[in-house]
Structures are given as structure tokens and as C-alpha cells.
Design a protein around this ligand. Structure first.
Ligand SMILES: NC(=O)c1ccc[n+]([C@@H]2O[C@H](COP(=O)([O-])OP(=O)(O)OC[C@H]3O[C@@H](n4cnc5c(N)ncnc54)[C@H](OP(=O)(O)O)[C@@H]3O)[C@@H](O)[C@H]2O)c1
Length: 289
């Protein structure tokens, strides 16, 4: 579904950090209607029916999510509603409109016992937290829409509200603080402007519908990430970063120790993602001195 200035795109969860980047990227390229939770609660069939009746979307992009991974353990109903059951509502709405549904999931659906190398879309899943289970339910229900893209993303950074773990690490390093970073937790950081570009390219190239991993290329530990932030900020990484071991039992919600995703399937369809170190360099250049 290549976008033209008249293509009607509905963006739900418009307050999300990723949604901000998508709005910036799509501005002027389509007829975009962005709705926050206050304007459209995605768990509400009535809200979705009203908004889709008004907008008649050809594409629905959903960034709404319950993202407090630890709090989800004590609020399973809220997490399952926003991350899981809402996708039934969104898929039904998209199907009624014959629209494309583009939805985001997470690397947390995995938790391999050993490092198996970057995980492809068909790697065995092991969703071990309420958050991960709620996102998996969302994947399953999103796939009910005949025209669906489910994109697993990971460790977002670079949103306008600078709220992610990586954003906080960057800010602390640039204040001259020494940060602690996990030496043995492997991730694929995802720069939200690159994710927004990927969404636009995916739609433009009519990539076959389905589930894809959509992250920056390459992977690293949190120590690698923090050191890259220091280097790009002109700070001595040995002084700025203290490696600490990651203990999954230290958090209310279980997190995967190894969660590197392979984006090869998306690349095979012409959606190539920049290296995460390059993304970090571009991100740091956007930060105030
Ligand atoms: N952040 C990460 O590192 C990460 C990692 C893996 C996957 N993802 C996925 O990437 C996507 C975007 O994440 P993000 O970090 O950009 O999100 P975010 O900044 O945490 O924002 C989530 C947004 O969803 C809204 N929302 C929550 N429940 C809603 C509902 N019932 N109806 C409508 N809106 C609702 C929230 O509104 P309120 O502020 O009003 O609650 C908030 O604006 C999500 O699917 C997320 O699971 C993110």
C-alpha cells in the first residue's frame, strides 16, 4: 500500500515515543489522523468503531501499548487488555475497512537459555512475563486481520520525550556521571526515526504481509551500548561505564538475557536497517550540548 498524500492513515496510541517519530516521518506523505488514548482507547470497540467511521482508514498503525514491564506483573488485566485483547478490536476494525494493520510487538517474547545467535521470526518463543504474554496475545490477534504487519521491535530510543533506558543512559553520561550497564544482557537497540523510516518503506514496497523483526542491524550488550554513547559524546568510555552483571531474578518481571533479533527477513524485502552504532552516532548529534 504505497502512501500518497490522499491515503488515509489512522495512528492509534499517538502519545507513544514511536508514534511521534512516525508522525514526523509521514507528515505530508499521507492524510494522517493521529489519536491519543484520550481520543481513542484501543480497548474500546465503541471508540474504534467511531474513529474508523470518521476516518475510513486505509492503513491503521497501532503504537498504543501498556509498556510498564514490571508493573504488568501486578496489573495483568490492564496489560492483557491494552497489549492483547485490543488487537482483536483493532484487527476487526481494520478488516471491516479492508485496511492494512501495522502493529508493534517485542523481543521479550523470546528468552533462549543459551546464546543462539540473532533470533529470526520463527525462533522458539518463550514469553515469561505478563508483559511478554500480553504482547504475544496481541501478535496472535493482529494476525486475524488479512492485511497485517506485526513488527517486533526492541530497546527503543530517540523519541521526543527521551524516556527510554538508553535515553536515560545517554543523559547521565553527558552529565558526566558514571553509569552502570549490564555486561551480559544482549539487545538490538532500535532508533525510533529508523523504525519510522522502515514503516514507510515497508508500506511503499508492498512487502508481503506477516511478522517481521524490525530493529537496527547488529547487536550488543548494554555495556557496548553505553560505551558507544560515551564515545559519540566525547567522553572516556572507561570512566563513564561500569559493567555490572545482569540478574534476571532482580526484577519483578523476567527479562530475556539474550534478545538480539535478526532483521534479515525484512532486509530480503528491501527494508534495510542501519547499524545500531550508526544510529547512536546520529542520535547523539541530535542531543543538546
Ligand atoms: N519502548 C521499548 O523499548 C519497546 C520495546 C519493545 C517493543 N516496544 C513496542 O513498541 C511500541 C511503541 O512503544 P513506545 O515505547 O513508543 O510506547 P510508549 O512511549 O510507552 O507509549 C505507549 C502509548 O500507548 C498509550 N496507550 C496505552 N494504553 C492505551 C489504550 N488502551 N488506548 C490507546 N492508547 C493507549 C499510552 O497512553 P498513556 O500515556 O495515556 O498511557 C502511550 O501514549 C509498543 O507496541 C511497544 O510495546 C517498545
Amino acid at each position: 500500500m504505497p502512501l500518497t498524500p490522499t491515503t488515509r492513515v489512522l495512528l492509534t496510541g499517538a502519545g507513544a515515543q514511536l508514534a511521534g517519530a512516525i508522525r514526523t516521518r509521514l507528515d505530508g506523505h499521507c492524510a494522517l489522523t493521529a489519536v491519543t488514548r484520550r481520543e481513542c482507547d484501543v480497548t474500546s470497540a465503541a471508540d474504534m468503531a467511531r474513529v474508523t467511521r470518521d476516518v475510513r482508514p486505509e492503513v491503521v498503525i497501532n503504537c498504543a501499548s501498556y509498556n510498564d514491564v514490571d508493573r504488568a506483573e501486578s496489573e495483568p488485566e490492564a496489560a492483557l487488555a491494552a497489549n492483547g485483547l485490543a488487537l482483536g478490536v483493532l484487527a476487526d476494525a481494520a478488516t471491516r475497512e479492508d485496511a492494512v494493520l501495522l502493529h508493534y510487538s517485542t523481543d521479550f517474547v523470546f528468552d533462549p537459555a543459551v546464546d543462539p545467535g540473532p533470533l529470526r521470526e520463527d525462533a522458539p518463543i518463550s514469553p515469561r512475563s505478563i508483559y511478554a504474554q500480553s504482547k504475544l496475545l496481541g501478535e496472535i490477534l493482529a494476525k486475524r486481520a488479512p492485511k497485517h504487519y506485526v513488527l517486533r521491535v526492541a530497546s527503543l530510543f530517540g523519541g521526543s520525550r527521551a524516556k527510554s533506558s538508553l535515553d536515560r543512559l545517554a543523559a547521565a553520561i553527558r552529565r558526566g556521571e558514571t553509569v552502570k550497564a549490564f555486561a551480559n544482557r544482549t539487545v538490538t537497540p532500535s532508533y525510533v526515526p529508523d523504525l519510522a523510516d522502515a514503516a514507510a518503506t515497508l508500506l511503499a514496497r508492498d512487502v508481503p504481509y506477516g511478522l517481521y523483526h524490525c530493529v537496527n542491524s547488529g547487536h550488543g550488550t548494554w555495556v557496548d551500548v553505553a560505551r558507544a554513547l560515551a564515545v559519540e559524546s566525547g567522553v572516556d568510555p572507561d570512566r563513564a561505564v561500569t559493567p555490572v552483571p545482569f540478574d534476571p531474578a532482580a526484577f519483578p518481571a523476567r527479562r530475556p538475557t539474550y534478545a538480539a533479533l535478526s532483521n534479515a527477513a525484512l532486509a530480503a524485502h528491501g527494508v534495510t536497517m542501519p547499524l545500531w552504532r550508526d544510529a547512536i552516532a546520529r542520535y547523539v548529534r541530535t542531543l543538546p550540548a
